[in-house]
Write a protein that binds this ligand. Structure first.
Ligand code: PMP
Length: 459
């Protein structure tokens, strides 16, 4: 596309009119934004012509990669045929019906129903209303409390931000709302020193049981967690964690919800993250990879028992103008079909995922200030540490992470710092050669980073 304006003009206009998410506006405007103008495969280009390897798939969402030619064709056709109609008043349309049918095929057995939203946050808020409605219909309206986890991320709406465990979000706007409580995250490195992974997984799960007993099982509606905490820094729980959490939820008759907004649609090499960890939720929330970011759309999957219960309750007074938007649904359908029929999810499971994990561990474990090198499928991370032998983290959590991230950016590689966790989640179509390229660039950046730590007397 030919652009009429210069980078400087865009920066000026952006600073004048655009409020960015999760951003210190004053300092951004002083610096000026980076303008991304186009993308293809796993690469982005900025307005200065720099080529950037996107090791984050946008915001963990462009699973199918940038620049597909078929998805815009589908969108165009759908817009011409039926750009919009709602699904509220006894109506439906082919795009949303086709998508629902396909999603029931790729979902695990017993998940034959979905409710549509426009984002991960809306999926989470929908889920909160659903679980409370579920217990109403069951005749247990006092079961209202949801248990989330510290450092979990479930979105930015009032419900999602409350359920998430980011204290810097809670601080702005009197969150969490009532009826939402948190337990500690299953971060072995920090909270399970000296314990085996299996032992720690069970301990972390027991915190869920403790909280249920503290609140009273008759008041708890659901436990909600990301199979892998994404924005919290790719915290991968030990293998014993999820099966034990599942057992506890069943014991106390509490709904188990997996927030699959990041893990869903192939990220771990399975269609959904809970399949990686061997547990079965009652409800799971999705967005991101559902359309690979080509259109905004999310979906809440409910098992057949939850669906039947909600149906038995008559009207569920919830929905969005754009629930099941035809263009978003058509694009999501084409995306999910391609993820399946082109073997993209299967390749992550069998080929590129294991290759990435092997290369990632080989490449980064040797660094003096890197520890807990981890990952599964195409989601991976390591933690920057002050001292490896004593497993000591840096002071001022996050400061060193940003310093490291800026070095990656400068060298044309997007990886993210979540505190001092350095994380990566590239498009699922990344090839082995491109994995080598990502890792070679990251290794070079890490050498510069460790050099800078020494020069600045930080380590
Ligand atoms: N849940 C999880 C697990 C997420 O990672 C995110 C976004 N990163 C959300 C919910 C919120 O999604 P959105 O930004 O689309 O509202």
């Amino acid at each position: 596309m030919k652009h009429q304006r210069s980078t400087a003009q865009w920066r000026e206009m952006d600073a004048a009119h655009h409020l960015h998410p999760f951003t210190d506006t004053a300092s951004l405007n002083e610096q000026g934004v980076r303008m991304i103008t186009h993308a293809d495969g796993i690469y982005l280009w900025d307005s200065e012509g720099n080529k950037i390897l996107d090791g984050m798939a946008g915001l963990w969402c462009v699973n199918i990669g940038y620049g597909r030619k078929d998805l815009p064709e589908v969108a165009k056709r759908q817009m011409e045929e039926l750009a919009y109609y709602n699904t509220f008043f006894k109506t439906s349309h082919p795009a949303v019906v086709e998508l629902s049918h396909l999603l029931a095929e790729v979902a695990p057995k017993g998940f034959d129903h979905v409710f549509y939203t426009n984002s991960g946050s809306e999926s989470v808020d929908t889920m909160i209303r659903m679980v409370r409605r579920y217990w109403d219909v069951k005749g247990k309206p006092e079961k209202k409390t949801l248990i989330g986890r510290w450092n979990g991320y479930h979105g930015s709406t009032i419900g999602g931000a409350s359920l998430g465990g980011m204290s810097y979000m809670h601080e702005q706007g009197d969150l969490p709302i009532p009826g939402i409580v948190h337990v500690q995250q299953p971060w072995h490195y920090k909270y399970g020193k000296g314990m085996s992974a299996d032992e720690f997984g069970k301990l972390a799960a027991s915190w869920v049981e403790d909280k249920i007993l503290e609140v009273g099982a008759d008041k708890v509606a659901a436990f909600v967690g990301e199979p892998i905490q994404g924005a919290g820094g790719v915290i991968i729980p030990p293998a014993t964690y999820w099966p034990e959490v599942e057992r506890i939820c069943r014991k106390y008759d509490i709904l188990l919800v997996a927030d699959e907004v990041i893990c869903g649609f192939g990220r771990t090499g399975h269609w959904f993250g809970h399949q990686q960890f061997g547990f079965t939720p009652d409800i799971f929330t999705t967005a991101k990879g559902l359309s690979s970011g080509y259109m905004p759309i999310g979906a809440v999957f409910v098992n057949n028992e939850v669906a039947a219960t909600l149906a038995a309750g008559g009207d569920f007074n919830h929905g969005f103008t754009y629930s099941g938007h035809p263009v978003a649904a058509a694009v999501a359908h084409a995306n999910v079909k391609a993820l399946r029929d082109e073997g993209i999810v299967a390749a992550v499971h069998e080929d590129t995922g294991p290759y990435m994990q092997k290369r990632w561990r080989e490449a980064f474990s040797r660094f003096e200030h890197v520890d807990d090198v981890r990952g599964v499928g195409l989601i991976q991370a390591f933690t920057l540490v002050k001292d490896k032998a004593s497993q000591t983290l840096f002071d001022n959590w996050g400061e060193i992470g940003l310093m490291c991230r800026d070095i990656f950016f400068k060298h044309g590689l997007i990886m993210r710092a979540c505190g001092d966790h350095i994380v990566s989640a590239p498009p699922l179509i990344i090839s082995k050669d491109q994995i080598d390229e990502l890792i070679a660039t990251a290794v070079k950046c890490m050498e510069i980073f460790e050099q800078q730590l020494k020069e600045r007397g930080l380590a």
